[in-house]
Design a protein around this ligand. Structure first.
Ligand SMILES: NC(=O)C1=CN([C@@H]2O[C@H](COP(=O)(O)OP(=O)(O)OC[C@H]3O[C@@H](n4cnc5c(N)ncnc54)[C@H](O)[C@@H]3O)[C@@H](O)[C@H]2O)[C@H](O)CC1
Ligand SMILES: [K+]
Length: 514
């Protein structure tokens, strides 16, 4: 299900963007009008971001991205800037709207070979945008190399040339921009690395394409923003009871490896699960007992004990993996939890334990997903980083293509929600929906933050949020908590930031952004 507000978070592939364009043009807005508005947005970004840049070079490619550059050059000249166009092809070779824009510009275009960035205060990159279809070579590649080696700031039109809008990959040489101005909606390449870093901050400009054109497009890829999932979150109700908010369980590792489970458990409780219990081997009971207060503790040494605990139907969402140890015990516990129709977040050692033989658990996940529980559909959520992903899906990891496609292929195979972690975390559902993380800070790359994320996913699952939305919300809350804490963050700081994050979400839920 796609919520009405979620359309604002949609990411469009270049093909879908072309479709949005076509529909807008067919509905009566000429292409040249869209191009003029695109150019106005670029000029406005230059005026606000680079008010002092007197002499501006614009690189213009053979298609409409080049057309945008010609139109922007004209507007900047009218605003009193000195502009020079460097064309990959002579203006006489341009077609359609780009030819109209070049004619309206009227000035000369220098061949791109003569481009020397040293002379300019600012360079605008209009070589290639959505139409990039192969690796950049030859004269365009040479111009990009010179540009990347020069100190002049760069504003990219639509995408840094050489970045695939669909995948974020570099196709040949790619521009490293300081600012990117794109139109209507972002593309996956704006959020997936390395494209994300090559874009710099990205402005999304309204060029008059109505949101209704999206009605005809089956939206599948989204930026992971609250509008995507806030309508699916179960917030505590006034008349509610702690048991309404589920009971999350985190499996502890052995006596010297208990911290990871407690981090996950603390996140599950602060995330909003009504109750949280750590299931601990007997050898680690005292270590855990010494550190737990609101979180409960139960001994769980083997499958028999687990089976006994599972007779209490209130335990509804489990985390297995952080500090747990790799091996058969992990595999058997995971299978037992799923067979009992409970939701399971499999992380770290839990994922590694499945390497080489994941199919039985994937089959169990599919079976579990069909059942019903008092707190919503049980589900399997996998939270691998790249290394764990490769252990579980070696063939998919080696395949060509983007992180987005890898996560989607894995989700489909596993019948599970896959959270493929990184700065550009991708959350993918078996039905093809995917979201790409858009927030966070480099400080999140520190020991234990993955354990916190696993606990947050369990908190949402315990409360009955459907698994895709649960994983998306957890990834966002995790990133937002890190942003709010700022520099110096360690994983233990994240649960303490969650009350602020909840407050932001409550404000958003009662007063959605327009
Ligand atoms: N989407 C909108 O609402 C608007 C977008 N605009 C701008 O138009 C471009 C997309 O234009 P398009 O002509 O489709 O593609 P490009 O300009 O990116 O390039 C196509 C052009 O380049 C050739 N080509 C592709 N790859 C290579 C390569 N590696 N080497 C050499 N040549 C290559 C290809 O054959 C074509 O000739 C979009 O990004 C926006 O900037 C409009 O302004 C209207 C609004
Ligand atoms: K570009």
């Amino acid at each position: 299900m796609v919520f009405q507000d979620a359309r604002g978070t949609a990411l469009l592939t270049p093909d879908e963007m072309a479709e949005a364009d076509r529909r807008t043009i067919a509905a009566g807005t000429p292409g040249i009008v869209l191009m003029e508005r695109a150019a106005e947005a670029v000029a406005a970004a230059v005026h606000s971001g680079y008010p002092q840049a007197e002499w501006i070079a614009l690189l213009a490619g053979p298609g409409n991205n080049g057309g945008d550059a010609y139109a922007a050059a004209r507007l900047l000249r009218e605003a009193g800037r000195r502009v020079e166009i460097f064309g990959l092809v002579p203006p006489t070779k341009l077609r359609g709207d780009a030819a109209i824009a070049a004619t309206a510009f009227g000035g000369t275009a220098h061949p791109v070979d003569s481009f020397d960035p040293a002379a300019f205060d600012l360079v605008i990159d209009g070589l290639f945008g959505a139409g990039l279809s192969r690796a950049i070579e030859g004269a365009a590649a040479e111009a990009i190399r010179k540009l990347n080696a020069a100190p002049a700031p760069v504003v990219a039109i639509d995408l840094p040339s050489g970045v695939s809008g669909a995948t974020g990959e570099r196709l040949g040489e790619a521009v490293s921009a300081d600012l990117t101005v794109t139109f209507f909606r972002r593309k996956p390449g704006h959020l997936l690395e390395p494209g994300r870093s090559l874009c710099g901050p990205t402005i999304v400009a309204d060029i008059g394409i109505p949101a209704t054109v999206l009605d005809a497009i089956a939206l599948m890829i989204f930026a992971n923003e609250p509008e995507l999932w806030i309508g699916a979150l179960k917030r505590p109700s006034d008349a509610g009871h702690k048991y309404d908010r589920g009971h999350a369980v985190v499996f502890s590792g052995s006596a010297t490896r208990t911290g990871a489970a407690r981090l996950a458990a603390a996140a599950a409780l602060r995330g909003g699960a009504g109750l949280v219990t750590v299931f601990s081997p007997g050898s680690a009971l005292m270590a855990n007992a010494a550190h737990l207060t609101a979180i409960m503790l139960k001994r769980c040494d083997d499958e028999a004990a687990l089976g006994e605990h599972l007779t209490d139907a209130r335990f509804n969402a489990f985390v297995l993996g952080p500090g747990f140890g790799v091996g058969e015990r992990a595999r058997n516990f995971a299978a037992t939890v799923l067979a009992a129709g409970r939701s399971l977040v499999l992380d770290a050692d839990g994922i590694t334990s499945l390497a080489g033989a994941p199919d039985a658990l994937f089959a169990a996940a599919r079976g579990a997903g069909k059942g019903a529980s008092p707190h919503g559909k049980p589900a399997l959520v996998l939270t691998p980083h790249d290394g764990e992903f490769k252990r579980l899906f070696p063939d998919i990891a080696d395949r060509q293509g983007s992180k987005l496609e890898r996560a989607r292929a894995a989700a489909e195979r596993a019948g599970a929600v896959v959270v493929l972690k990184g700065r550009d975390t991708v959350i993918a559902a078996p039905d093809g929906r995917a979201a790409i993380n858009a927030i966070g800070t480099p400080w999140l790359a520190t020991a234990g933050t993955g354990d916190v994320l696993a606990g947050l996913v369990a908190a949402e699952l315990a409360q009955g949020t459907p698994s895709f939305e649960a994983a998306c919300a957890a990834v966002w809350m995790h990133g937002r908590a890190a942003e709010l804490f700022g520099p110096g963050l360690i994983s233990e700081d994240l649960p303490a930031m969650l009350p602020k994050v909840h407050r932001e979400l409550d404000a958003l839920a009662s007063n959605p952004r327009a």
